[in-house]
Design a protein around this ligand. Sequence first.
Ligand code: ADP
Length: 614
Amino acid sequence: MADQPSPASRILLLVDHPGNRQRLANALAPQYAVVLPSSDATLAEPVDCCLLDAPALARLTERLLQRKAVEAPNFLPMILLIPREAVRLVPPAYWDVIDEVMSIPAEKPELLQRVSSLLRIRRLTSEVRQKAAADATLASLAEGLIIYDTTGHILQNNHIADAYLDYFRVTPHPPFLDRTRDLHIETVDGSPFPPEALPTVRALAGETITGLVMAFRYDASATQWLSVNAAPIQLPSGERMGAVVTFTDITRRRQIEEERERLYAELDSTISAIADGILVFDTDGKVMRMNPTARILLGTHNGNGIEQLEEQIAFPLSTTPDGPTMPVHVLPVWQALRGETVHGLTGLLRAPNTRETWLSISAAPIRTTQGRIIGAILSLTDVTVLHELQQRQEDFLRIVSHDLRNPLTIIQGHIQLLSSRLAYAGVNGDMRSGVEAIQRSVKRMNAMIQDLVDATRLESGQFPLELHAVDLRDYLQNLLSRTEMLIDYARITLEIPSDLPPVSADYNRLERIFINLLSNALKYSTPGTPVLVRARREGGMVRIAVTDEGPGIPPEDLPLLFQRYYRVKGARMQEGIGLGLYISRLLVEAHGGRVWVESEVGKGSTFSFTLPVA
Ligand code: ADP
């Protein structure tokens, strides 16, 4: 460090005595620029040191003294010039702000020496402080930092960079393949890191680099990822002073990103494998992803969002495309985004370049673990074939129930007329029994048609129940007397306790169940054998049992008896097509009950069912 005072150093003279002031000014010149408090303008310039005498010191304000005490040694250094005998008169408070004391009159060499050493000490402390501040800044950085000179030598680095210095060296080449540590340094796409791509090298060549990713692979399993920034250090003149490299460990971030990519890939392949169309929406109703089936279903739909879907999908409230449609705000995706779940809503898709498609549409909200809705998922199942089948079934029902019945009714009418004419004419024998056979067949055919129509209606769920509290004793007595003509009333015994609670049932449906079970019991057993109807309460239900002494049912048939069109093989063929028990089961289940059978071949059968207490 040079001892010579800087010619630029400015010394402020706060000396009241004109003679002393002049002498001091002469002694300091020409090494120092002397500043006199003659005008405010000159004082506005910074000065490096102040020489003051006792009267000037006495004039310094309290505030100034306080500031100097707090901010020293940043503050202006002060030399007090005072006659030796007056030193003891200086109040103690002033000693805190005075850096030097000199007795006057001062000799020129001594004065110059004291001023010079004071300035030097001040400069040194200021440099030490600046360095300490810079070191503290570097140490407090969360990222690694290395500063290079123009030749690539490391001038400075913080402690985070310590462990990496080897790999950011320019010469000799850093060990990108360090076998001693089983370390490979790679680029983001997994190729070996090229030495010429080292950020330091590029920054020293004038390039600024941000977010360059370096992978430090220590073995197959452990990888550390750094994101590196580098820039040349350049003076305003353009002259290059070196380079600075900073880097952050982004291993955790990469792991999260990789996990997210893996989840996305999994999700993509999962939804691609699903046969239904799947669309994922964000909270604004924008399509975030869709699987190939959805793309095929929606034709040219390019996935902009719900609005486009709304144009393509109508929600007819009837099963025909021309029926009334559902209002837009109840569309499944909107419902899902409001937190509701929609199941199996029928929609009609009219996508460009594709045929009309009937869809079963379901939607559900996507929620975070905290329950916040972050989107919705929509699934589209092509049910066109099912819909066509349903349509065909309805056509069939219409034909069976109307078109087939009409001619039967005419036959029935005429045969009745014929029968009464024959009776009137007293015709008996073959002719008479022939006509009666036709009558029975017509009746049987009517019953079969009725079973077919009923079974189909029940299957499609088109049978609202009108529930009433039904007193079974009254109900059954009434039923038997009404149907006396149809069934063999005399063979039936009712065993119904008088305190049996009423059941909750639909009159007409209940009649259908009883007629099915009673007519089976009567027709499948030997004429004249008794049929018993019992009822009793079992918890919240009433159990009704119909017992006959018929041939019984083989055990292997029992589990299948209540299925559609099931008839026991080899059993005596009676009228019916195997739908009676099936219809009874659907009706009992619709009431909330269940139906079953217990039977022993040769002894008889008991068909039981339950109904809820009203
Ligand atoms: P179906 O209209 O043919 O009578 P059901 O569904 O009522 O059809 O009955 C199915 C089959 O169960 C009948 O074909 C018959 O073989 C058998 N079955 C029903 N009830 C009885 C019974 N009480 N005793 C013996 N077999 C019966």
